[in-house]
Design a protein around this ligand. Structure first.
Ligand SMILES: C[S@@+](CC[C@H](N)C(=O)[O-])C[C@H]1O[C@@H](n2cnc3c(N)ncnc32)[C@H](O)[C@@H]1O
Length: 246
């Protein structure tokens, strides 16, 4: 039983790949003719040239749409594939879940021929996000325990370039800060269930902060405090692509 066998049950309900984020990820993959997706989940952002998905949770594998790439049930730390199996390997919003980061990155480097693309976040920037800063500091503390520093990833990859991924105000992939301009969304239990930071922090712990958010939305205080966000189309909430050429 993996973590996502319990928290991933309704993943596809709120976690639909965002087309604008997809463009940036696909550009990062360059002209790779073959791609392996590690920590693939339900298959978000897999380009047509994806030859294989690697995913430990059977609950996540069961949510892969018909016609998506074959999934191998395995973990990043030990991938049963030969060296240089694909032109590019991608690992999206997954490295923070791995039990042995160094082993996992070692496996990405071993099975990729030319490029590794990792989608992750920078915790220093992310911590400034209003939800964590003003309402749910407990969730920020939880993320402190598992966030992987972008510099550390770049070092483990032997050098990498870092790209900011601006998040559109109507992002369709309901990850942690996707609802930066739609604060009411965080009051929806199904939205929270699709965000591992919130699902793993636990409803009991989040309750007081969510009650304050609800009050501030009813009184108009949230809107007063965040008028600067209301006309923005995109925001840097900390999401990053780490792109390594081998
Ligand atoms: C937030 S989901 C991301 C899924 C997908 N990449 C996406 O962008 O929608 C994190 C995924 O990492 C997987 N995962 C957790 N531990 C893992 C490990 N050790 N190796 C590979 N994947 C892992 C989870 O099962 C889950 O499917």
């Amino acid at each position: 039983m993996t973590t996502y066998d319990s928290i991933g049950v309704a993943y596809s309900y709120t976690r639909r790949p965002d087309p604008r984020v997809a463009v940036q990820i696909h550009e990062a993959l360059g002209d790779a003719a073959t791609v392996v997706n590690v920590g693939a989940g339900a298959g978000s952002y897999e380009p047509p040239q994806t030859m294989l998905a690697v995913e430990p949770s059977s609950v996540m594998i069961s949510q892969r749409p018909a016609g998506s790439a074959r999934a191998l049930q395995a973990s990043a730390e030990s991938i049963p594939l030969a060296d240089d199996s694909a032109d590019a390997v991608m690992a999206l919003l997954t490295v923070h879940h791995w039990t042995d980061l160094e082993a996992g990155i070692g496996e990405l480097l071993r099975i990729a021929r030319r490029r590794v693309v990792i989608f992750t976040w920078d915790q220093t920037t992310y911590r400034r996000f209003w939800l964590l800063d003003e309402y749910l500091p407990e969730a920020a503390l939880f993320d402190d325990t598992r966030a992987v520093a972008v510099d550390r990833l770049a070092a483990l990859l032997g050098g990498a370039r870092i790209e900011t991924v601006p998040i559109p105000h109507d992002c369709t992939d309901g990850f942690g800060a996707a609802f930066w301009r739609r604060p009411e969304a965080y009051l929806d239990p199904q939205v929270r269930a699709g965000i591992s930071m919130l699902a793993q922090t636990g409803e009991e712990v989040l309750r007081p902060g969510l009650a304050r958010l609800s009050d501030d939305l009813s009184s108009g205080l949230w809107h007063e405090r965040h008028t600067d966000l209301l006309n923005r189309e995109t925001l840097d909430v900390g999401y990053r692509l780490v792109i390594a050429d081998l």
